[in-house]
Design a protein around this ligand. Structure first.
Ligand SMILES: Cc1ncc(COP(=O)(O)O)c(C=O)c1O
Length: 444
């Protein structure tokens, strides 16, 4: 049909329809919009001015609460001094400073950092580093990736291919070839166990099976979230990550930890790698890096991985043909530096460790409540799973909508209610969040 004969779309006076909202039931939203107009500390305000608790730290990305003056001032200063410079073949001081600071925080050896705009970009970057690293050391046959069922690694083609959430995959074709998925670790034996589950470390042996099936020399990397976040907080069974590490090391497979949610304190240490005492070869980071105010992500790489790639390229050549217009954006770097400073000055990760036990106890206390089929959590991440009623996910979504009316912004992953409160929330505020959820579960 030519442009001339194409019928024009129906005219609409509704100013909301023009934004196609991401990961949103757009038609439902238009019937009952949830508009957030303002935020301060651990509270949002809707357009009527009602206060709502931020139960999910934005989207896991604003652990220090909204409107931090130090970050705002750092961003403003940076915008006045240098608002942008091209990141290819040029560098900005804040980016070098930030990479250096991160290298001091990261687990030993992970001291080369490349920046990106968000978690999905970080994942693509990590996968490409893995491929090029093997190629540079003469093992270019290692092209397969191993992901995990129920994993979430963003929405770009590499990320959803290694990810394991069906709705994020099924509409988009076949994805990257050669990807296999470990089984997920949400097993009945661990239901209602808060913290690491007692059972299921042997699920890591799935990787050994893929080695036996495909040959280690075809596998580039295995990527997992240390705690699977977006699917509804699946905490690894005790010993699982260590076992995965051992199998990767034994077979020369790179282990990538996607710490986009777990990075920067969510588990009580800087990184889940520290908490679970397992060091990956590559780590992706994003949420919380700038306290949510400017999009930014980072990929931390073992020094020798970068060196191998540099050494394999002819001198004076670009060694890694990859990067984004907004990689190492100076304003994002300034926001990140200010955020890291607050983490240090306020000993924020210790605060997470102090808040977590009571928080997890309260989440665990939903056990036995009518309709609750599992509770899980670690650090300041908690999930309460309710039995589906009607379509899977419908009850979780209904609860999310009711929570907005009741003064709480939260995440629903299917029928799991997910809490990821800001680290600066008080114990009382954490209790209030859980009380609202308890009341709503009773009502629904
Ligand atoms: C573990 C993980 N990886 C990657 C991503 C993608 O990040 P972004 O939405 O910033 O692209 C997310 C987002 O939730 C995530 O949780």
């Amino acid at each position: 049909m030519s442009a001339a004969t194409r019928p024009s779309p129906p005219a609409s006076n509704d100013p909301l329809v023009h934004q196609w909202m991401p990961f949103t039931a757009n038609r439902q939203f238009m019937e009952q919009p949830r508009i957030i107009a303002r935020a301060e500390g651990v509270y949002y305000y809707n357009t009527r001015g009602d206060k709502l608790l931020d139960g999910s730290s934005g989207l896991y990305c604003i652990p220090l609460g909204h409107g931090r003056r130090e970050i705002r001032e750092a961003v403003t200063r940076q915008m006045e001094e240098l608002d942008y410079a091209p990141p290819f073949q040029y560098g900005v001081p804040t980016a070098f400073r930030l990479a250096h600071e991160l290298s001091q925080m990261l687990p030993t050896g992970l001291n080369r950092v490349m920046f990106a705009g968000g978690g999905s970009e970080a994942v693509e970057t990590a996968l490409k580093v893995a491929l090029q690293y093997h190629r540079a050391r003469g093992e270019g046959s290692r092209m397969r990736f191993i992901g995990r069922e129920r994993g979430y690694h963003g929405v770009n083609f590499g990320g959803w291919s290694v990810g394991g959430m069906v709705n994020n995959r099924k509409a988009f074709g076949v994805g990257l070839p050669g990807v296999a998925h470990l089984r997920h670790t949400h097993i009945k034996e661990n239901f209602f166990e808060m913290g690491e589950g007692t059972h299921g470390a042997e699920l890591a042996d799935d990787l050994e099976r893929f080695v036996n099936l495909h040959g280690a020399d075809t596998i580039a990397a295995c990527i997992v979230e240390p705690i699977a976040g977006s699917t509804g907080i699946l905490v690894p069974p005790k010993g699982y990550l260590k076992r995965l590490r051992e199998i990767c090391t034994k077979h020369g497979i790179l282990l990538i930890f996607d710490e986009v949610i777990t990075g920067f304190g969510r588990t009580g240490q800087a990184f889940a790698a520290d908490t679970f005492d397992v060091t990956p070869d590559i780590m992706t980071l994003a949420k919380a890096l700038t306290n949510g105010v400017i999009p930014m992500a980072a990929v931390a790489v073992r020094e020798d991985i970068q060196q191998t790639i540099l050494d394999a390229a002819p001198e004076d050549n670009v060694e890694f043909y990859h990067g984004y217009t907004y990689s190492a954006h100076p304003v994002a770097c300034a926001a990140a530096l200010a955020t890291l400073k607050i983490f240090r000055d306020e000993d924020i990760f210790a605060r997470v460790r102090a808040l977590a036990p009571a928080f997890l106890e309260q989440v665990g206390a939903f056990k036995g409540m009518d309709g609750v089929v599992d509770t899980r959590g670690f650090g300041l991440l908690g999930a309460i799973e309710i039995a589906p009623k009607g379509k899977p996910g419908a009850r979780g979504f209904a609860l999310l909508r009711k929570a907005f009316e009741a003064g709480l912004v939260l995440r629903a992953a299917g029928d799991s209610i997910v809490l990821a409160p800001p680290f600066v929330a008080t114990p009382d505020e954490l209790t209030q969040m859980l009380e609202i959820i308890r009341k709503l579960i009773k009502e629904t």
